[in-house]
Design a protein around this ligand. Structure first.
Ligand code: PRX
Length: 635
């Protein structure tokens, strides 16, 4: 088992060791896992090619580290507690033994379908236990899971299936989200019209809604499981075999398939879970994310289960049946650690204090946030009203690419400061550089956040595009991993994340590429071109502001076009990409060489109509004046 850091001195000591001799440090942590064959070499790397290999020639299966390793001591302990959308419906509690049995059965379903090591499996599901079962079953047979958040459109799902050339899709008839029923299978059917690689679809019955059923392709989960053999041996995986792909948005059009591998991801997700949340045996832990995002991968499923923890999986939304739902769950299960996103906190604040005020939250020990900067008001509300001034808040900075928490307090050990992710986790060596890549050393500096040494949980490549991997993360600054975030290190040496410095916006803690949204808007028949930027949004953190140039406004009028643009974006990407504000403009501010001056649009979107800096390269300055006038009229 992984030892927890238990004092500030202990953290400083561990951190120093991890920097002085990273390989010895990670080797010691990795020793606490079950390897079928130990590695020959800890690390082989360079950030030039780039090449990152951890635990070379080590052989393992991550699910043996979840199941076989824990069954003797905690076979009957709950592994997953599933809380359904409707609070009065029956929940499901799966012990380690029960979860293991389901996983083994589902591995046999997949093996019978001819799915095996290295095959890609797309999972598009609501938050039901079968989602976790499916992903663990993939890991057990060495199939690579690619989970697509079930809020994405058919078009986005198809792109991801095609990029990974998935052979199997695992889905459900529908999904419950608050008072809504999401027609999951219909979306899959639409996506699969354009996916030639998919041979089979396995469908969980959840909403019992009527769905189409293609006899040659579709099968029901419960029917396949009823016939499935219960025995299964885990596939022998190399430490550097791919465990999963998870798509995330970047500054260019197509989402990137981030690749994580078996050995390093296992060690890193488990180590950070145990330390950051200070998980102790018997604690019930609840992360409110969706498994379709990296937070759910690392901190609902892999990190907790690798530590033999009890993890709560919630099907619904924070405001159903009312805005006290999270607090009811905390009370119902006696949650010790609760992990959510600032956007959820802000939306609950806006609903009023009465939903949290008289709830018994005395079981809570640790609160966490993730996904976006947390503003001080939200931090204090969380601290005072949820944590009752007793629970440390871990503001955890990390990314799909980092695999696990990278800069964050260790609960109760690293003193917190509102708005600060505080200090790096052991093994993470942050470096702040200016625009030319010069290190800004010392305290009280601000610049681009990079990491100068590999850590086991980092991404290894972009699926099918190593060149893009190199260009995106290792070419901006030589020999450094570039996160895409701006950061400040204050006089105490604490890190405060300032947000993205590239063309990515962070909407409710989810990454959206501006180019991706622009391309979706440009699909509209009346749109000539568009530019999308972020702007401060009270609940979402950042909202999406679209400046749109239309050829002809006579069809449908301004409002009609705005509505149809929003509909189009929802259809092409999904509701999370729907612009909050659309301003129709005659032209975009462009330089003489035709480049859109986004910094001007960002200022306007923020409501700052001055200080545009040097605009002498603008082709036509009257465009800016017109846009400002239009923005003011819209306010
Ligand atoms: O901008 C940072 C922001 O979220 C980005 C990563 O997004 P994603 O890959 O979707 O992963 C989100 C969950 C790990 C980062 O580049 N971000 C994440 N955590 C924080 C944050 N910004 C500020 N504070 C955080 N704690």
């Amino acid at each position: 088992m992984i030892d927890k850091i238990s004092t500030l001195g202990g953290y400083i000591h561990e951190y120093q060791k991890s920097v002085e001799n990273p390989q010895a440090f990670w080797s010691r942590i990795a020793e606490s896992f079950f390897w079928r064959k130990k590695w020959d070499k800890i690390l082989d790397w360079n950030f030039i090619e780039p090449k990152i290999n951890w635990f070379l020639n080590g052989k393992l299966n991550i699910t043996e580290n979840i199941f076989e390793r824990h069954l003797f001591t905690r076979g009957d302990q709950p592994a997953i507690i599933w809380e359904p959308n409707e609070p009065n419906d029956e929940n499901r509690v799966l012990s380690y033994n029960e979860l293991f049995l389901e996983v083994k059965k589902f591995t046999n379903v997949m093996l019978n379908l001819g799915v095996g090591k290295g095959d890609r499996v797309a999972i598009y599901m609501p938050m039901v236990p079968e989602l976790a079962i499916a992903m663990l079953a993939c890991a057990r047979i060495g199939a690579i899971h690619s989970i697509v958040f079930a809020g994405f459109s058919a078009n986005s799902l198809a792109d991801r299936i095609n990029d990974a050339e998935a052979k199997l899709v695992i889905t459900s008839d529908g999904g419950y989200r608050g008072s809504k029923i999401i027609p999951i299978k219909d979306i899959v059917d639409e996506a699969l019209e354009n996916c030639s690689s998919v041979e089979k679809v396995v469908m969980v019955q959840r909403t019992n809604t009527e769905v189409s059923f293609d006899e040659s392709r579709d099968m029901w989960w419960h029917e396949a499981m009823a016939k499935a053999d219960e025995e299964n041996k885990a596939e022998l995986m190399d430490a550097e075999d791919t465990l999963f792909i998870l798509y995330t948005s970047g500054s260019t059009d197509k989402p990137k398939g981030i690749v994580h591998t078996c050995g390093g991801y296992m060690v890193y997700s488990a180590y950070t879970f145990k330390n950051v949340f200070q998980y102790s045996d018997g604690d019930i832990y609840f992360c409110s994310a969706d498994i379709g995002w990296i937070t759910g991968h690392s901190y609902i499923v892999y990190g907790p289960l690798l530590n033999g923890a009890t993890t709560v999986m919630f099907e619904g939304i924070p405001t159903y049946p009312d805005a006290g739902r999270y607090w009811d769950i905390v009370n119902k299960y006696g949650i010790a650690q609760f992990y959510t996103a600032p956007t959820a906190i802000r939306s609950l604040i806006s609903m009023g204090q009465e939903y949290v005020e008289n709830k018994d939250l005395s079981s809570l020990k640790v609160l966490g946030t993730v996904g976006e900067p947390i503003n001080e008001e939200a931090w204090h509300w969380y601290h005072d009203h949820v944590g009752k001034n007793r629970c440390p808040i871990v503001d955890t900075w990390w990314q799909t690419e980092t695999g696990g928490i990278s800069i964050s307090p260790i609960a109760g050990i690293i003193p917190t400061k509102p708005g600060f992710a505080t200090l790096p986790q052991p093994g993470i060596q942050p470096i702040i550089v200016d625009g030319d890549g010069n290190e800004l050393s010392g305290k009280s500096v601000e610049g681009n956040l990079c990491i100068k040494y590999p850590w086991p949980g980092m991404l290894r490549t972009i699926w099918g595009d190593h060149e893009r991997f190199k260009k995106t993360y290792f070419s901006t600054f030589e020999n450094l991993y570039f996160s895409g975030d701006g950061v400040k290190r204050d006089e105490d040496g604490y890190y405060r994340i300032l947000g993205r410095v590239d063309d990515v916006i962070n909407v409710s803690g989810h990454r959206m590429g501006t180019a991706e949204v622009e391309n979706a808007i440009n699909e509209h028949p009346l749109v000539n071109e568009s530019a999308v930027v972020g702007f401060p949004h009270d609940i979402k953190g950042q909202g999406i502001y679209a400046f749109v140039v239309c050829g002809d406004l006579s069809t449908g009028g301004e409002e009609g076009i705005k509505t149809s643009v929003r509909k189009g974006v929802t259809k092409i990407i999904g509701p999370i990409a729907k612009p909050d504000k659309i301003q129709l403009v005659r032209a975009l501010p462009k330089t003489r060489s035709g480049k859109i001056m986004r910094r001007i649009l960002r200022k306007i979107a923020q409501g700052d109509y001055s200080n545009f800096g040097d605009i002498s390269t603008l082709l036509d300055t009257s465009v800016v004046e017109e846009i400002i006038k239009g923005a003011l009229e819209d306010v």
